[in-house]
Design a binder for this molecule. Structure first.
Ligand code: ARG
Length: 388
C-alpha cells in the first residue's frame, strides 16, 4: 500500500503502527515494521504505545458489556479499530496531511469501523482505501509485493491475521472453507486442548466496579493482568473460537480466533454480575449488552446510543465487585466459585435444609397468582381449537 500510494498519487507517506499489545507474540515486530516503512519510502514513521488506553477505554467497557458478538466473538479486533483510527487522525492533523489511508478491503468490518471513526473525528480529511481502488486480490497483492521487493511478514503469507492484547483473528486460505476444521498452523498462541496439561489450573480474578484488578490475589494494572492471564490461558488451550459470523455488510464468513484472556474475563465478569444483580437487571442487561456489542462490532463507536447504553452499563457495574475463581482445563473455561459483599445470594433462604428461613407456605399464594392469566389463556386456546 505504501509503494502504491507513492506510485499512484505521487504522495509523501507517513506510516503509523498502533501498539495494542500485539508485540507480546513477537517483540521484534515493531522494529521490523519501522525499518520496512523507511526502506519502502515512508518520510516518517510513528509507533504509538496505546496499550493503556486500549485496556482502559476499549477492553474494560467490552468486559463490562459482556461483549460477545453473536454470543461467541469477544470483539478483540473490533474494539481496536476506533482507537487506531482516532490516533491516525491525530497524527494526520499534526503532520498537516490531507488524507488517511488504511489497508482494509471492501469486504470486511474493519473498513467500516476505521472510516466511520476517521470521518467523525476529522470530516475535513479524506479516508482512502487503496485495497478497493487497486482491484488486486490477495494473490495479486503477493505478486505485487514480490515484484517490488516488499517483504511479507511470516504470519501474513498464508492467513490474514490481526492481533492485540485481547485476541488474535485469523482468516483466509483454507479457513474460507467452513466445512473443514481449522488446521493447527492457523493457531499461533494457544496450545491445542488435547496437548494441554493433564492437570487443571485455577485462576482467581478480583473485580472492582466491573473491572479486573487482581489475578491470584496479586494487584495488577490492566495491561499486566491481561498479559499474565493470556499466558496461563494459552498454556491450557482456552479461548479458541470457530464462528460462522454475520458481518456488518451482511456477508456470512467463517472466522477463527484465539482469545484466551478475553474469554476468561468475560465469563468471570458475567458470572459475578449475575450474582449481584436482580433477575430483572440481569434480563435487561442482556438486551443492553447485545445492542452495545452490535454497535461496537458494526463500527458505530461514535453513535450517541453507545454513550447512553454505557451509562446504564456503568450504573449496573457499580456493584460488580468481588472475586471469581475459574478452572482452566484442556480448552475449557469453567467458573467454579465466586463471592461479593454485594451478592444477592442468601444461604439461609436458598438452603434445602430444615433451618431455612424461607417460608414455603408463601407458595400457596404465589403459584395461583403467578399462573392465573396463563391458565385462563390456555383454556381459551382449547376453546378456539374446538371452534376451528
Ligand atoms: N471478523 C473479525 C471482526 O470483524 C476479525 C477481522 C480480522 N481482520 C483480519 N485482518 N484478519 O472483528
Amino acid at each position: 500500500m505504501l509503494k502504491w500510494l507513492q506510485e499512484t498519487y505521487n504522495a509523501k507517506v507517513i506510516t503509523f503502527t498502533a501498539d495494542l499489545g500485539q508485540e507480546f507474540a513477537d517483540p521484534t515486530r515493531f522494529k521490523d515494521i519501522e525499518e520496512k516503512a523507511y526502506k519502502l519510502g515512508a518520510i516518517k514513521h510513528y509507533t504509538v504505545d496505546l496499550k493503556d488506553e486500549f485496556v482502559k477505554n476499549y477492553i474494560f467497557p467490552t468486559i463490562k458489556a459482556n461483549g460477545l458478538y453473536q454470543g461467541e466473538y469477544p470483539l478483540s479486533t473490533a474494539v481496536g479499530r476506533p482507537l487506531i483510527a482516532i490516533e491516525a487522525v491525530k497524527i494526520a492533523k499534526k503532520e498537516g496531511a490531507d488524507a488517511v489511508a488504511h489497508g482494509c478491503t471492501g469486504r470486511g468490518n474493519d473498513q467500516v469501523r476505521i472510516n466511520i471513526t476517521c470521518i467523525a473525528y476529522a470530516p475535513e480529511l479524506e479516508c482512502l482505501q487503496p485495497l478497493i481502488e487497486w482491484g488486486m486480490g490477495r494473490d495479486d497483492e503477493l505478486k505485487y509485493a514480490e515484484k517490488h521487493g516488499i517483504p511479507i511478514s511470516k504470519q501474513n503469507v498464508k492467513y490474514s491475521t490481526d492481533e492485540n492484547l485481547f485476541g488474535r483473528s485469523t482468516e483466509c486460505d483454507i479457513l474460507e472453507h467452513p466445512e473443514i476444521e481449522a488446521p493447527e498452523d492457523s493457531k499461533e498462541w494457544t496450545t491445542a486442548p488435547e496437548k494441554a496439561p493433564n492437570e487443571p489450573e485455577y485462576v482467581k480474578i478480583d473485580f472492582e466496579k466491573g473491572v479486573p484488578v487482581a489475578l491470584n490475589d496479586k494487584k495488577l494494572d490492566g495491561v499486566s493482568l491481561i498479559g499474565e492471564l493470556h499466558a496461563i490461558g494459552c498454556k491450557h488451550g482456552v479461548g479458541r473460537i470457530d464462528h460462522m459470523e454475520d458481518r456488518t455488510i451482511g456477508l456470512k464468513s467463517r472466522e477463527t480466533y484465539e482469545c484466551p484472556a478475553a474469554m476468561v474475563l468475560i465469563k468471570a465478569h458475567k458470572d459475578l454480575e449475575k450474582y449481584v444483580c436482580t433477575k430483572h437487571e440481569n434480563s435487561f442487561k442482556t438486551t443492553v449488552d447485545q445492542k452495545w456489542t452490535e454497535l461496537a462490532y458494526e463500527g458505530l463507536w461514535v453513535d450517541p446510543l453507545k454513550d447512553a447504553l454505557e451509562a446504564f452499563i456503568n450504573e449496573i457495574n457499580k456493584k460488580v465487585s468481588g472475586w471469581v475463581k475459574v478452572k482452566l482445563f484442556k480448552g475449557n473455561i469453567s467458573v467454579v466459585a465466586r463471592d461479593s459483599e454485594y451478592g444477592l445470594y442468601d444461604l439461609k433462604l436458598a438452603t434445602y435444609d430444615t433451618d431455612s428461613k424461607f417460608d414455603q407456605k408463601l407458595s400457596y399464594g404465589f403459584i395461583p397468582l403467578h399462573g392465573m392469566q396463563s391458565q385462563m389463556a390456555f383454556q381459551i386456546k382449547k376453546k378456539i381449537e374446538k371452534r376451528d
